[in-house]
Design a protein around this ligand. Structure first.
Ligand code: C2O
Ligand code: CU
Ligand code: CU
Length: 585
């Protein structure tokens, strides 16, 4: 059995050792010639916590045999509590960053990768220049000093690469980590802590025969999103969490590039959710299963009391459908196009026609992806007679919407404890539609596709571009709608009545509240296999929008002017330009 639980005490000891260096300035700082940081530290900012975060190439033992080359953020604490940085040794994941609400944080980010990089603090509300916008990416050998105050509620957040056109590949290579924020409100509750509070980062990866990571292999991977062949949890294969017979807080984060999970315990025990992206819910919510799309987090109250010692309990992803063309019934992998048949449903006409526009082979596809300026029709031609592997059906050994094990818990030992799930956790300030500046005219963001590009309101990413509809007055509450074909009956694929694709939509800055979802009847195939697993009650920064669905939300734009991204958190979509700026003025 591979046990890779996070024994925080041990890590704290490790962090403590590196903490001895706290009084010293980072060596790199001294070695650096003047101006190596694209943004320097400001002397007026008095940090409570200060650390170096270096993006570099390393190799880790992800499976037996040869080590896997990964890109990793590694940390070194310079100032502050030694518990602030907790390493996950032997993995590609960066250290877990433990922050407290109100803390002032300075991060000396250094790029030792062979290409540009920049770090984004997903879910944290920080000024534009601290947010890791791709316009700030720094070259090899350079760096960027971040300085910001933690104003977020207690919760599970993350950091990851956000480099122009490279986010998907860089995160896949390993550039991501967790952020855990605590505050007084969280501390006052009788929740499981210490070793009973476990982060669980869900990712999927494919490896070649040499144990090396394999990224996008086909047009399908690039266009629909990368799906790996196996689960990697907290950076490890076959992850097993050893537990005692008592209550735990499990902080689940979907760190996958494109994989959507439908999480459920194998024995049908319901999931008790106590927090989502932006922290604690008002009260615990119980679901038979919980959907977790890329970028989303959910904290579970998981009580293992009464379970038999030496037994296992598997967290599975259950079958669902409708999230992706060719995956209509959750059994679609390797069917249709991949076998060269005519079977792939809608793909036979719309998309595949476009995809065969070049010359049908992989290189033609790639050119096509890079930018075909003629429109879909003129590029069309091929039809469905698939060139093997170029279809939209997944080649992954773990098809999206299939049924598979995600991780296991192993009941190790008996332990009596008295934790009771609190019936109330917190009180939310409920945002009201009537208070929105645009209560009568929501800002509509349509998700679509044309010319081989996923688009937002028909537009692709522009580094510093923002349209009038994307320009927002600071200090206002905004009503925003993500429309995935609800209104047009077309969603993404350019033909009505076709099954489209689910998009997990993310907005930088403050957390939002979801106030309404609507689904189009004629496009609702599979919706019932997904929607009962939504947890929309709390503060969110990512929302899954299924084909035919429209999601309405309320979000404040306070404190900071400037450009703040919103995008699909399917990272292949993001990297291809399914991203835009809100300009707060
Ligand atoms: Cu987690 Cu702009 O992303
Ligand atoms: Cu973000
Ligand atoms: Cu998307």
């Amino acid at each position: 059995m591979h046990t890779t639980a996070i024994d925080r005490r041990r890590f704290i000891q490790l962090a403590g050792l590196s903490g001895l260096a706290a009084a010293c300035k980072p060596s790199w700082l001294y070695a650096a010639t003047e101006g190596r940081y694209a943004r320097e530290a400001s002397p007026e900012f008095h940090a409570d916590v200060e650390f170096e975060l270096t993006a570099g190439v390393t190799s880790v033992p992800m499976m037996p045999g040869k080590h896997t080359v990964v890109w990793r953020y590694s940390g070194k604490l310079l100032k502050g509590p030694e518990t602030a940085l907790v390493d996950l040794p032997g993995t590609h994941l960066g250290p877990i960053l433990f922050f407290e609400k109100g803390q002032k944080v300075r991060i000396y980010f250094r790029n030792d990768l062979p290409e540009a990089n920049i770090v984004h603090w997903h879910g944290l509300h920080v000024p534009q220049i601290m947010d890791g916008h791709p316009m700030y990416d720094v070259k090899t050998g350079s760096g960027y000093v971040y300085e910001f105050t933690i104003t977020n509620r207690a919760g599970t957040y993350m950091y990851h690469a956000h480099t122009h056109e490279a986010t998907g590949r860089q995160v896949y290579n390993g550039l991501a980590g967790l952020i855990i924020v605590t505050d007084a409100e969280d501390r006052i509750l009788d929740l499981p802590r210490g070793e009973y509070d476990q982060p669980i980062v869900l990712q999927d990866r494919s490896f070649d025969a040499d144990n090396q990571l394999q990224y996008v292999q086909s047009m399908r991977d690039r266009h629909m999103g990368m799906l790996g062949d196996e689960m990697i949890v907290n950076g490890k294969r076959h992850f097993v969490l050893p537990v005692a017979t008592r209550a735990y807080r499990l902080r689940l984060m979907n760190g996958s590039n494109s994989r959507i999970y439908k999480l459920a315990w194998e024995d049908g025990t319901p999931l008790t959710v106590i927090a989502t992206d932006g922290g604690l819910l008002e009260k615990p919510v119980t679901r038979a299963f919980v959907m977790l799309a890329p970028g989303e987090r959910v904290d579970l109250w998981a009580d293992f009391s009464g379970r038999k010692i030496d037994t296992d309990l598997t967290m599975k992803s259950l079958p669902f459908s409708g999230a992706m063309p060719g995956h209509g019934d959750g059994r679609g992998a390797r069917s249709g196009m991949d076998h060269g048949g005519q079977g792939g449903g809608m793909m036979g006409h719309g998309m595949m026609g476009v995809m065969h526009g070049g010359e049908g082979g992989a290189s033609g596809m790639h050119q096509g992806m890079n930018r075909m300026n003629h429109d879909e029709q003129s590029a069309g031609g091929g039809g469905a007679d698939g060139h093997g592997g170029m279809g939209m059906a997944s080649n992954s050994a773990l098809p999206l919407g299939g049924e598979y094990a995600v991780f296991k818990v192993h009941i190790m030992r008996e332990e009596k404890e008295t934790h009771q799930l609190p019936s109330t956790l917190t009180k939310h300030d409920r945002l009201q539609r009537a208070d929105a500046e645009n209560a009568q005219s929501p800002r509509k963001i349509t998700l679509s596709m044309a010319r081989m590009q996923w688009l937002l309101n028909g537009r692709e990413f522009e580094m510093e571009g923002a349209s009038p509809e994307e320009t927002i007055t600071m200090g206002t509450l905004q009503l925003i709608e993500f429309d995935n074909g609800y209104t047009t009956g077309q969603h993404g694929m350019g033909m009505s009545g076709m099954s489209g694709m689910a998009h997990p939509m993310h907005i930088h800055g403050q957390q939002f509240q979801i106030i309404e979802r609507k689904i189009r009847d004629d496009l609702s195939g599979g919706y019932d296999t997904v929607s009962p697993g939504y947890v929309d009650d709390g503060w969110k920064d990512v929302v899954l929008v299924m084909p035919g669905e429209k999601v309405t939300l309320l979000k404040r734009f306070d404190h900071f002017k400037g450009l703040f991204l919103y995008h699909c958190h399917n990272l292949e979509h993001e990297s291809m330009g399914m991203m835009r700026n809100f300009k707060v003025v």
